[in-house]
Design a protein around this ligand. Sequence first.
Ligand code: PLP
Length: 358
Amino acid sequence: RLANFCAGPATMPTEVLQKAQAELLDWRGKGTSVMEISHRSADYIEIATKAEQDLRTLMGISDDYAVLFLQGGASLQFSAIPFNLLNGGTADYLNTGTWSQKAYKEAKRYETLGLGSINLVAQGGGKDVPTPDTWELTDGASYFHYCPNETIHGVQIFDTPKVNAPIVADMSSCILSEPINVSDFGLIYAGAQKNIGPAGLTLVIVRKDLMERASAWCPSILNYKNQADSDSMLNTPSTFAWYLSGLVFEWLLANGGVEGIAKTNRAKAELLYQVIDNSSFYDNAVNPRHRSIMNVPFTLADSELDKVFLEKSKNAGLLNLKGHRVVGGMRASIYNAVTYEQVQALADFMKEFEKTHA
Ligand code: PLP
């Protein structure tokens, strides 16, 4: 298997895929695949419950929170959140890049229906985070929304914002990468396809008291309380993705948990930022205090060389380094399943490329 730096769907731990492969046709001697059994069967309920329990252990999630295994991607949560939490009030949105901007725009649609107000707290330019003293917060806001890791721009907010409203965080590209204090948050959501498992599964961790706020016009499938009451099985869930995510949680628990992987993640990011900072050929324009440890975008001094860089890196077994079209250049996504050795190989390749092309 080659080193895959794709931003998502992203690489999975090889051991997990091997386990899934071994169990694919005949799960535990039952004569069927996991993807062929009913989500209501005792066997499947066992898989689903164990995955939730392991995630609770990994993240230290208390019984005050419901953990939901949903569908529709993080993007559907851009709509589900105001449906459930806005409740005729005002919600604060901090914009720091493409994804928080998208969440804000989607929420803004509720305003046009007269269902509440959406306030832009501050607008970042994708290279930095506006400092908290410039934020225009609403007294008594229904919630405060932000994106701790902007996948496209590689801008990360490491400290949980100090605000009075319940904090809603889009952790699609940083969940399980570092320890967090779940009790600081009202709601955490994440598309699975980066640090959790296959696309098709969306995780929502929501404080139970907030689930009582849903508006009457909230579609039942998007209603957190409904989903919690039916153990995320209001309809057929994404069963195979849920099962595979459970295997990823087991893998993480067996490999030092979130604390363990966080050390490796920091070391991986450090390797790349060192190469970038020690060169006049590569550049990363993000304020060093907010450089992402999951997505490392960088440009080459001469963009004419982008194509050559991508061709040569691919030939060296380093895949999917093309940056997002919004920012151009390159991007190395170094999620949990990307190994230190793979990042080392990329760092070595970058140094060698600079030597021969600068
Ligand atoms: N939020 C962030 C931070 C993302 O990185 C992405 C996808 O890359 C999304 C939201 C959208 O996720 P989905 O495709 O699951 O809707």
